[in-house]
Design a protein around this ligand. Structure first.
Ligand code: TXA
Ligand code: MG
Length: 420
């Protein structure tokens, strides 16, 4: 066990072994074979239920900062700890279908599309909007909106914690507002050390970015994806088609439709507030897409070499670079004069799920390594790539459109620039 002291709170980190937790069909509570894990979960549950404190815990998407969803004073600690604006609603996490039922209006009947999505993706990285009953859900959770966002996480530690506490947990990502979401317990500790009492360490999160937020409550029957995430739009479309035949339309916010009223409200995930930004500037590099009208297309080697001018000249500029490992930018040799490069490969181009898994880890790792700025290369907005680009566009303060001269191999091109 690790113990650190800072400000008022002492932050404990307790290990949990996800493999020691199972959920037998017949039992209402999980079976936990590791005494260490059981004890950690009981300690966490005590903090949540009796002390009304927050606890950070792993989910399959990112680490969450949990508190009792139905207790206003507990939930308000989430907002104060993260510095989260009060008008940004929270997701409620449940561990079972009976628990979900307790949160919904009595006369509410699941639609055919929700039934299909729940059957295939719960427990998992899919958040659904439901009608919010103000007699059940405190307005601090919904930020006064008529809907409540609910998901059932699949991570054994998350699900077991909710089951042991025996009550739904509100949980945003366990980071200070505006920062990248944490995917390992160390990320949470670095950010919130001294501000929270307990972190459950269940290892690295599988998915690496947050759940897909879906609104299927509109009278047109369409499924609106408010935030792309761990469950891909392609998978949602496939499942609805398989289960329903004449399946509803799946519309991705900002790709397929705009909603000005919704965009003015902070309920649209990640629209109103700064998001996913490390402490250093982040540039999004478009290496394949064409620039918008009036925006200059830069020659790649010259652009990369010009980054040396962003420093004071007293030492080389440290540039972090997040790219698929087999992309042009990922494989080119980089100009070394006045620049120290730190590469963080994001897996192969053909496997966007690996890019998703590594993106936040890359941003947080490079920040910790003390880079002066971070470059992220665009990926195709398909499958998990859609969610990756959604986060990257928000993390990046600026974008540049660059092109490698394809008549010259990228490595030669950069050597030419280097020697100039
Ligand atoms: O994977 C996840 O979803 C993680 C883990 C911890 O479960 N949680 C997470 O929470 O990402 P957070 O608070 O960082 O993001 C939740 C997003 C917010 O941007 C919020 O705008 C949106 O969900 N949201 C919550 N309730 C909503 C509602 N009633 N209507 C529309 N959007 C809502
Ligand atoms: Mg968040």
């Amino acid at each position: 066990m690790l113990r650190t002291r800072f400000m008022a709170l002492s932050t404990r980190v307790l290990k949990c072994d996800p493999l020691s937790i199972s959920f037998p069909e017949s039992a209402s509570t999980p079976v936990i074979s590791s005494p260490e894990t059981l004890s950690a979960l009981e300690t966490a549950s005590h903090e949540l239920v009796h002390n009304l404190q927050t606890v950070a815990f792993p989910t399959e998407t990112v680490y969450g900062l949990g508190a009792l969803a139905l207790d206003v004073s507990a939930t308000s600690k989430i907002f104060s700890t993260k510095g989260r604006p009060a008008d940004n609603p929270l997701i409620v996490h449940v561990s079972s279908f009976p628990m979900l039922r307790t949160l919904l209006p009595q006369d509410y009947v699941l639609s055919e599309s929700y039934t299909a999505l729940i059957k295939h993706f719960w427990p998992g990285a899919l958040t659904l909007l439901f009608p919010g009953d103000p007699k059940i859900i405190p307005s601090i959770i919904t930020a006064g909106q008529p809907t409540v966002a609910i998901r059932m996480p699949s991570h054994p530690v998350a699900r077991a914690l909710i089951a042991v506490a025996n009550t739904p947990l509100a949980a945003p990502s366990a980071n200070s507002s505006g920062k990248p979401s944490p995917t390992r317990a160390e990320h949470v500790l670095r950010d919130l050390d001294g501000k929270i009492g307990l972190i459950l360490d269940g290892g690295a999160c599988d998915v690496g970015l947050e759940s897909t937020v879906v609104d299927g409550l509109h009278s047109d029957g369409a499924i609106r994806v408010l935030r792309p995430g761990g469950i891909t739009v392609e998978d949602i479309e496939r499942v609805l088609h398989e289960e329903m035949g004449d399946s509803p339309k799946v519309l991705v916010h900002r790709r397929d439709y705009r909603d000005e009223v919704m965009e003015a409200a902070p309920t649209t995930p990640g629209m109103k507030y700064r998001h996913y930004s490390p402490a250093v500037p982040v540039y999004l590099l478009y290496t394949a897409s064409s620039p918008p009208n009036g925006v200059q297309l830069l020659e790649a080697g010259a652009f990369l070499a010009s980054l040396r001018d962003t420093g004071t000249g007293e030492r080389p500029v440290k540039v972090g670079i997040l790219t698929p490992r087999d992309s042009l930018l990922g494989t080119c040799s980089l100009p070394t004069d006045g620049i120290e490069w730190m590469r963080f490969p994001l897996g192969p181009t053909a496997e966007p799920s690996i890019t998703a898994h590594l993106l936040f880890d890359g941003l947080l790792t490079l920040e910790q390594q003390g880079v002066d700025l971070i470059l992220i290369e665009e990926v195709q907005e398909e499958r998990e790539g859609l969610a990756v680009m959604n986060r990257v566009k928000k993390a990046a303060g600026e974008s540049r459109w660059i092109r490698f001269n394809t008549n010259v191999s990228p490595s030669r091109l950069l050597r030419v620039v280097d020697s100039s």
